[in-house]
Ligand binder design. Structure first.
Ligand SMILES: [Zn+2]
Length: 94
């Protein structure tokens, strides 16, 4: 197995199912874990692959969410864009 596929935070991951449930019960921890899985070397735009992005908190009807805006193609994206989570109606903490 290639070490390049390992997330940067792999050594800090919980070792048990109960530990994982507690770990991911925190939306912020869950969010940062997803970010580290997707962008090990920093956030890049899923549309044009540029790494010039800005991050901001956006308030939705069901809570705040972090969105990035690409300074290259001007499109917005979240950590879920382009992943299996994109089509999910559930929040990351559900
Ligand atoms: Zn872009």
């Amino acid at each position: 197995m290639s070490t390049a596929l390992k997330p940067v935070s792999a050594t800090n991951l919980p070792k048990t199912l109960i530990g994982a449930a507690a770990y991911f019960a925190n939306p912020d921890t869950c969010f940062r874990f997803l970010v580290s899985l997707r962008w090990k070397d920093g956030v890049t735009c899923p549309h044009c692959a540029a790494n010039g992005v800005t991050c901001k908190d956006v308030t939705f009807h069901n809570g705040k969410r972090k969105l990035w805006r690409c300074t290259g193609c001007k499109k917005q994206f979240s950590v879920k864009v382009g992943t299996i989570f994109e089509a999910s109606p559930l929040g990351l903490d559900k």
